[in-house]
Ligand binder design. Structure first.
Ligand SMILES: Nc1nc2c(c(=O)[nH]1)N[C@H]1C(S)=C(S)[C@@H](COP(=O)(O)OP(=O)(O)OC[C@H]3O[C@@H](n4cnc5c(=O)[nH]c(N)nc54)[C@H](O)[C@@H]3O)O[C@H]1N2
Ligand SMILES: Nc1nc2c(c(=O)[nH]1)N[C@H]1C(S)=C(S)[C@@H](COP(=O)(O)OP(=O)(O)OC[C@H]3O[C@@H](n4cnc5c(=O)[nH]c(N)nc54)[C@H](O)[C@@H]3O)O[C@H]1N2
Ligand code: SF4
Ligand SMILES: [Mo]
Length: 874
């Protein structure tokens, strides 16, 4: 009997508990952990599909030097030698680590100790700089510490929930489900979504404020002023616990709310909700953080909570939801260039001395290191000469990604630790080290509400991969730093981390988990989800700031005067504002989620949401391709015409890479502009020009084996029985059959084709032993065939594939909406019509759609709504 292991999902910062059971046939059964306080048994589509992502297929099995296999010993020796030589010749600041909020706390702790305590530079930054840095800076300015006061329970207890710059339904689906269940139980609870885009999250909203992008401060300043004018300020709380009220109010009063572009009626409704509802939680995420004034946005929100005393109490408070599974753990170990371990400050000599003496390390740097954007700039300028990238893919995810790729390619020495050797970043590395992944590694993560949970390993390491902490210790020891890195287990590292937090607590810091400093190995294995603080010698409530005491020198929280920046006029060459973000079923650069066929069905290629009037003006029709460009680069995307975005604003997802759609890498056109306080890039406001990409032909292919297209545009996505490809190219081949044979490498397969004399369209299928191995559809317009039908024919004796859709009388399910049960849009619309379904629950009963993870419920509701609208119009 296989044993079920209690672990934690490796994707978003919700931090759901997962029960994983390896099955006899080598598969993995996955369920939500009913006891975990983050999810109580729920999982979203990505969590539910974890079992499909753990196979060894495509994994990096040995260290590689210059794309040749080598031993760990050789690889670690070379890394240690190069790092040592670079430090000796150019000083410690000539080397850097670039790490990730997806590392476990133990990996992260060791990385930070290595670089800050032993190499002697603070040049360690992390992809959290692109993610949470503005929240960190905002929290520190307001509270004197980087602490998220709110918890998930508060979400359910609140009477008003503001979701601002957060697409919770897709990015924190289980939190969304918890909120949605709470609202169903207490229908008086109000939800307001503040987002320039009408997202799936709006399905739950009583009010959607589709403000002009970048005008959040004006809206929150208006709330502050209204709170004052309408007597909603908690004068006693402000008098005792807050500084800066008057100046902040003056700044807020000087702001003109009309810049938001919202109607007076919507602003009034919103203001009334806020004034009349004490129990308010404000959830914020990347629409707030990823801005060149992200820290100010965070403080504009916190100002409103401080003024009304809505903080540190049940059902109220600001709640920054973190993106990655261990974004919080990274902050706790000091994994950012401007932090020390355990929330201590690098600029503070006492703090530095305390950490150095605890570590017994040769050094601790006195100044902050380079933040991500500056770091890659310094690499490009040759100032940083040796780089170790761990658990992140900056060649795709950094802004101005093309320049970042050039910087990495030109760097003297680059090491990449990843589970896969073919990421855009690993492709540019001198040394690639195979890392263990989820299911193989052991350690802890901290989720958005400060709950520390165990990730437990239950599979052996794939090939020769090692845990990241082992690789770091291996290099550290070879550099002569043995004393600090004699770790044998993650438990040992965790104890040291916990003990150091006790040192920080003695210096007045709030991150205190010293209660774990003596945890035995057995207790570490059995560790239950625990929200910090968890001090050793006193009992402390885990409701932060409930006593009104903050961690500033005065003990009071700071309100900060914030002005709404004036939006700059866009140049005539780049008139569109590009918003970028996530889709429901993919995780970042897709290295894991792209392996699951069902997660690939939701969106199979990169796309651009554009308003119908803008599309018309540009001559773009549905499913055309468009080129986005600016001084940084260009990107080609499929056009999705929709009024979910405003005129002049477009949206594109971040998930495509050289491996899945090389010309669809969106960060190639994102500017490296950053927030002055946090250094976080302005990833939601690139200025771009848009023009139709007019290829000579469009293609669509399905294939049992992987193809290597050379066309100007291609995008790949996984199917149950192979892959599907979207193609487009600016040159016409002489003969479609010859082209197809080469593309499919199908010299000896039987070919059947329907060709148009003008070469404008072609349909070609290849069979081997009567079984369909591939098919290509070509047209001078975007190819209109049923993707789900053609994909489903692979591996069968299909004779009708060239029809491109099911023969008359056979149903075509259409593009997948419910990933768990593979239910397509056509099936849903048909069931709504023929069975007169009137609710999402009824669709669930009829087709099972939405009844497992529930992530597609907002889309089911939208389909229902559109069908009802159609009926009403008839
Ligand atoms: N499915 C999925 N889930 C994920 C991830 C993933 O890759 N896939 N990644 C995880 C990570 S690391 C992160 S950081 C989180 C991110 O989670 P979110 O922040 O919820 O996701 P995003 O799509 O980046 O952006 C959120 C919203 O901000 C809006 N926005 C843009 N500009 C503005 C503005 O000026 N004001 C306001 N109010 N809103 C604006 C966008 O329209 C978008 O809908 O998701 C996590 N969860
Ligand atoms: N334009 C634009 N750009 C963005 C954003 C945006 O909204 N817009 N969002 C930003 C945000 S919030 C984030 S968080 C980043 C995310 O961007 P990245 O961090 O670059 O993306 P991931 O695909 O998560 O990269 C993680 C890598 O680590 C590998 N990996 C997984 N587990 C392990 C492990 O245990 N050890 C090691 N060594 N490797 C492992 C994976 O295979 C993968 O290659 O993107 C940022 N970039
Ligand atoms: S909400 Fe989904 S992706 Fe996030 S932790 Fe839970 S199961 Fe994983
Ligand atoms: Mo993130």
């Amino acid at each position: 009997m296989s044993q079920t292991v209690c672990t934690t999902c490796p994707y978003c910062g919700t931090g759901c508990g997962v029960l994983a059971t390896p099955t006899k046939d080598g598969a993995l059964a996955v369920k939500g952990d009913p006891k975990h306080p983050a999810n109580f048994g729920r999982l979203c589509s990505k969590g539910s599909a974890l079992g499909e992502t753990v196979s060894p297929e495509g994994r990096l099995l040995t260290p590689m030097i210059g794309k040749k296999q080598t031993s760990w010993d050789t690889a670690l020796n070379i890394v240690a030698e190069k790092f040592k030589a670079t430090v000796a010749e150019h000083g410690p600041d000539s080397v850097a680590l670039y790490v990730s909020g997806q590392l476990l706390t133990e990996d992260y702790y060791v990385a930070n100790k290595f670089i800050k305590g032993y190499v002697g530079t603070a040049n360690i930054d992390t992809n959290s700089r692109l993610c949470m840095a503005s929240s960190v800076a905002g929290h520190k300015r307001a509270f004197g510490t980087d602490t998220v006061p709110g918890t998930y329970d508060d979400l359910e207890l609140a009477d008003l929930v503001l979701l601002t710059g957060s697409n919770l339904a897709w990015c924190h689906p289980v939190l969304y489900q918890r909120l949605s269940a709470a609202k169903a139980k207490r229908p008086n609870m109000k939800v307001v979504v503040i987002d320039p885009r009408r997202t799936a999250t709006c399905d739950l909203a009583d009010l959607h404020l589709g403000l002009r992008a970048g005008t959040d401060i004006a809206l929150f300043n208006h709330l502050l002023r209204a709170s004052y004018e309408q007597g909603c300020v908690d004068a006693e709380f402000v008098a005792q616990h807050v500084t800066g009220f008057d100046d902040t109010l003056d700044a807020a009063s000087a702001t003109d709310v009309t810049v938001t572009g919202l109607s007076a009626q919507d602003i009034d409704t919103f203001t009334r909700f806020w004034l009349t509802t004490e129990k308010t939680v404000t959830v914020f995420s990347q629409g707030v953080n990823q801005s060149d004034h992200g820290t100010d946005k965070v403080n504009a929100i916190i100002n409103c909570h401080l003024a009304t005393g809505r903080i540190g109490k049940a059902g109220m408070g600001p709640l920054s939801v973190t993106g990655q599974p261990n974004a919080m753990g990274g902050r706790e170990v000091g994994g950012l260039a401007n932090m020390l371990a355990a929330h201590l400050d690098i600029e503070n000599a006492d703090h530095r001395a305390a950490v150095q003496s605890f570590w017994q390390s040769p050094t601790v740097p006195e100044k902050a290191g380079l933040k991500a954007v500056d770091l890659f700039r310094a690499i490009g300028e040759g100032k940083v000469k040796a780089l170790w990238v761990m658990c992140t893919n900056p060649a795709v995810s950094m802004p101005d990604a093309k320049a970042v790729r050039a910087a990495i390619a030109g760097c003297d020495f680059v090491v990449v630790s990843d589970m896969f050797g073919d990421t855009d970043t690993a492709e540019l590395a001198d040394v690639v080290l195979p890392a263990t992944g989820w299911g193989e590694k052991d350690g802890t993560v901290t989720n958005s509400d400060r709950t520390i949970s165990r990730q437990r390993g239950f599979l052996p390491p794939t090939g020769g991969s090692l845990h990241d902490w082992q690789a770091i210790c291996g290099v550290a020891k070879r550099m002569g730093f043995s004393d600090g890195f004699n770790f044998d287990s993650p438990a040992q590292i965790f104890r040291e981390h916990a003990a150091l937090s006790g040192v920080a607590a003695a210096l007045g810091k709030d991150f205190d988990i010293s209660g774990f400093a003596d945890l035995s190995d057995t207790d570490y294995d059995a560790l239950q989800p625990t929200r910090w603080p968890f001090p050793a010698h006193k009992t402390l409530s885990d409701r932060m700031f409930q006593d009104g005491r903050f961690f500033t020198p005065t003990g009071r929280a700071n309100m900060l005067p914030i002005a709404q920046p004036v939006s700059q006029t866009t140049s005539t060459d780049t008139p569109f504002r590009l918003n970028t973000g996530r889709i429901r079923d993919q995780w970042h650069t897709q290295t894991r989620t792209a392996r699951s066929p069902r997660l690939n069905q939701h969106y199979g290629e990169p796309f651009l949401e554009i308003h119908p009037e803008d599309a018309l003006a540009l001559g773009l029709r549905a499913a055309d391709l468009a080129t986005l460009s600016n001084a940084h680069g260009q990107s080609i995307l499929r056009v999705l015409i929709t009024d979910r975005v405003a005129r002049g604003e477009v949206f594109a997802p971040i998930h495509w890479t050289a491996a899945t759609a090389p010309s669809g890498r969106i960060s190639d056109v994102v500017s490296p502009k950053t927030d002055p306080f946090s250094g976080q890039p302005d990833s939601k406001a690139a200025e771009v020009g848009i023009r139709p990409f007019a290829p000579k032909w469009y293609g669509f292919a399905v294939s049992q084996s992987e193809l290597h297209p050379k066309s100007d545009y291609w995008a790949k996505s996984r199917l149950e029985a192979g892959w599907q490809y979207e193609l487009a190219h600016q040159e016409m081949p002489n003969c479609w059959e010859t082209y197809a044979r080469l593309l499919f490498d199908a010299q000896d397969a039987e070919i059947s084709s329907v060709l148009d004399a003008s070469r404008d369209s072609a349909r070609i299928a290849f069979h081997k032993n009567g079984v369909l191995i591939g098919a290509l559809f070509v047209s001078d317009r975007p190819v209109a065939v049923s993707r789900s039908f053609t994909g489903s024919q692979l591996g069968s004796e299909s004779e009708t594939v060239l029809l491109g859709r099911p023969a008359v009388g056979q149903p075509d399910p259409g593009p997948t909406v419910c990933a768990c049960f593979s239910v397509g849009v056509n099936s849903i619309l048909k069931a709504i019509e023929t069975q007169s379904l009137v609710s999402v629950e009824a669709i669930g009963e009829a087709l099972s759609a939405g009844t497992n993870c529930g992530s597609c419920k907002p889309e089911l509701a939208a389909l229902l709504h559109s069908a009802q609208r159609r009926v009403a119009a008839e």
